[in-house]
Design a protein around this ligand. Structure first.
Ligand code: CA
Ligand code: CA
Ligand code: CA
Length: 353
């Protein structure tokens, strides 16, 4: 006979695993100082680079590795544009390598649309990307970047000076690197848009797009944290910026919102998860505990241990068969039966690499 006394304790530990982020910096003749993603050249990746050596508004890629489709680049000129910057014209801002550049005016755009996989996926997947542009910083302004379908907060920008302009003291060519990713994607075509400000023009020298598809839709903690747009200093696994008692690594493990207080338990309606949240206990038809487990827990390395105790001192990891009650595409509601005993407590241990 089971007592209704129970507790749910949600604990986390950090394993002694260092998470290393490798950024490989290389330079290349065609596109000065391109910061390559660590995964460039791996299977399921593409690369398309534009140096803008002609005045074509639909330039062909100067560097191309995309087995799925020839990408389409479109230059749309905005107000007060000076158009293509010819290397033969004195004073033109023709680029770091003097091979041509586009002054796209105010609110001008350069869009690259490409396939990142041969066909739309049968199951959801994830698209990582790195976009790199070299733009002129003088009387013109830095462009912004938009990836339709992604909020700006999902993008990380790094800016570094590539070269100075000897003709104009103080003017520079700036390298702008944006990284981000889509998850739960069901399309194989993505657009990448660089845009000049509405009140100022930009000159774009080079534009490169790298993509990588991951077939399983795996999202590790660091990628998840990047997508959340955390305020600096609150993205750690043990941080709890929304003060709801659930640290970030558990928000990740249970797929709850790390920026909104949502301390309640998960709610199921039939086989649907109507609210994500903390584990809960059901007493009929037999006593069992239910907790959220990420669909990608195996490939993302997250460990969940369903543990029971009769005294809250000694805990035993359940080896009973678990049942999937529901799946919303990100998490599964896992059911684990209570062991026999007059009084049993339940907790979930979570480790996140
Ligand atoms: Ca150029
Ligand atoms: Ca929290
Ligand atoms: Ca929360």
């Amino acid at each position: 006979m089971l007592s209704e006394q129970m507790t749910r304790k949600f604990s986390g530990w950090l394993p002694a695993v260092a998470v290393a982020v490798l950024v490989v910096g290389m330079s290349e003749v065609a596109t000065a100082a391109t910061p390559f993603p660590a995964w460039d050249g791996e299977p399921n990746t593409t690369r398309q680079g534009y140096a803008f050596t002609s005045r074509s508004l639909t330039p062909a890629a100067d560097i191309l590795r995309n087995p799925y489709q020839t990408p389409v680049a479109t230059v749309t000129l905005g107000a007060l544009n000076d158009g293509w910057q010819d290397p033969q014209v004195p004073w033109a801002n023709s680029g770091v390598l003097s091979d041509g550049a586009w002054d796209i005016g105010k609110a001008g755009t350069i869009t690259v649309t490409c396939k990142v996989a041969a066909t739309p996926p049968a199951t959801v997947y994830r698209i990582d990307f790195l976009v790199y542009a070299v733009a002129y910083k003088g009387l013109t302004a830095m462009p912004s970047f938009e990836c339709p379908g992604l909020p700006a907060s999902a993008l990380t920008l790094t800016q570094a000076t590539v070269a100075t302009d000897p003709k104009f003291p103080g003017a520079t060519w700036e390298g702008l690197k944006w990284i981000g990713y889509f998850d739960n994607v069901t399309t194989n075509t993505v657009s990448f848009v660089i845009k000049s400000p509405s009140n100022n023009m930009s000159v774009i020298d080079t534009y490169e797009v790298f993509t990588k598809v991951t077939g399983t839709g795996v999202i590790n903690y660091d990628a998840w944290a990047l997508e959340q747009g955390f305020v600096a200093g609150t993205a750690g696994r043990l941080d709890n910026p929304d003060n709801d008692g659930r640290i970030n690594m558990l928000e990740y493990a249970f797929a709850t919102n790390p920026r909104a207080s949502d301390p309640g338990p998960m709610i199921l309606s039939g086989t649907a998860i109507t609210r994500r949240g903390a584990p809960f206990v059901k007493w009929s038809p037999v006593p069992y505990a239910v907790f959220a487990r990420r669909d990608d827990y195996l490939t993302s390395g997250v460990t969940y241990l369903a543990q029971f105790s009769s005294d809250m001192k000694s805990w035993t990891t359940s080896t009973a068969a678990m049942t999937v009650l529901a799946d919303d595409g990100v998490i599964q509601a896992m059911s684990v039966p209570f062991p026999a005993g007059p009084k049993q407590f339940f907790r979930v241990w979570v480790s996140v690499p």
